[in-house]
Design a protein around this ligand. Structure first.
Ligand SMILES: [Zn+2]
Length: 278
């Protein structure tokens, strides 16, 4: 259940998609294998994550450009949108902002199972994660690629959240045993996923060593393929989703225990000490 102010306006995004389909990109970037790439997307612009040559997993993160503490939050997004990214999926930030940062407007990949594709389950790969699972040491994994992407914008490792979007990474969750299964991406050269920026964003994309999602890491000689980024000007201003603290004018960020409240341990609730939201 989502409040009325945040319901998906499909007609609005249909207009954005039509604009993008008849436009030329205002900027492009090509990310070679074993690299990450950061770029700004202004409110009202769209960006595509494109398979440049062949199926290739691309990990994506977005931050509010003017306040990067507000960033994509996978668990909040999953609760509201489901675990898989489809046309109309919004990428939400966490409290105290709690609003859509970007909206998926196009997915050209034709999947034989629509519940089995781009997702944000789990996290991204990291050199430690790959080595722990038996792979080579010191891989150019998504964690370091994403760090490479954001450092030029003044962000650091602490700004990388646990959960991110895994585009062109075909997975499903088995409903009987809950296990997460992966298989080869069904995309092909030219396929893309496109997002509309609801506010000024910083975005980062990593070319994942999983390749086409048929392995967990890369050994020397394994094929990896570049990812292309294209940014478009839609000319359509966003709806400007308000932050939680904007529409709840009496919000203080503090929880005041009711009279006589006592926790089961007899302790003073620590949440009462929480700082006021920005
Ligand atoms: Zn990865």
């Amino acid at each position: 259940m989502i409040g009325a102010d945040y319901l998906l306006d499909r007609a609005f995004y249909d207009r954005v998609r039509s604009s993008s389909l008849t436009s030329r990109p205002v900027s492009t970037g090509l990310i070679p294998p074993n690299n990450g790439y950061g770029f700004e997307v202004m409110a009202g612009q769209t960006f595509r994550v494109v398979l440049h040559e062949a199926p290739q997993v691309a990990d994506l993160l977005v931050w509010n450009r003017s306040d990067p503490k507000e960033r994509f939050c996978a668990p909040r997004t999953a609760t509201l949108e489901g675990w898989f990214i489809k046309v109309g999926s919004r990428l939400w930030s966490d409290v105290p902002w709690l609003r859509p940062l970007a909206t998926c407007i196009t997915d050209t990949v034709v999947s034989t199972d629509p519940e089995f594709h781009h997702h944000f389950v789990g996290s991204h790969c990291a050199p430690e994660w790959i080595e722990l699972r038996g792979g080579p040491a010191g891989s150019n994994a998504c964690h370091v690629n994403l760090l490479q992407a954001i450092e030029p914008f003044g962000l650091s490792e602490a700004d990388i959240p646990d959960g991110n979007l895994n585009l062109h990474q075909k997975h499903r969750i088995d409903p009987t045993d809950g296990v997460f299964y992966g298989t080869r991406s069904e995309g092909s050269a030219g396929d893309y996923v496109e997002f509309y920026a609801e506010l000024d964003l910083l975005a980062a994309v990593s070319v994942c060593p999983n390749g086409d999602n048929t392995r967990y890491w890369s050994e020397p000689g394994d094929p990896l393929y570049p990812i292309r980024i294209e940014v478009f000007e839609s000319g359509i201003a966003p709806r400007s989703f308000r932050r939680w603290s904007d529409w709840r004018s009496n919000w203080t960020g503090r929880w005041v225990p009711p009279a006589g409240y006592e926790s089961s341990q007899g302790l003073t609730p620590q949440r009462a000490q929480r700082a006021k939201s920005p």
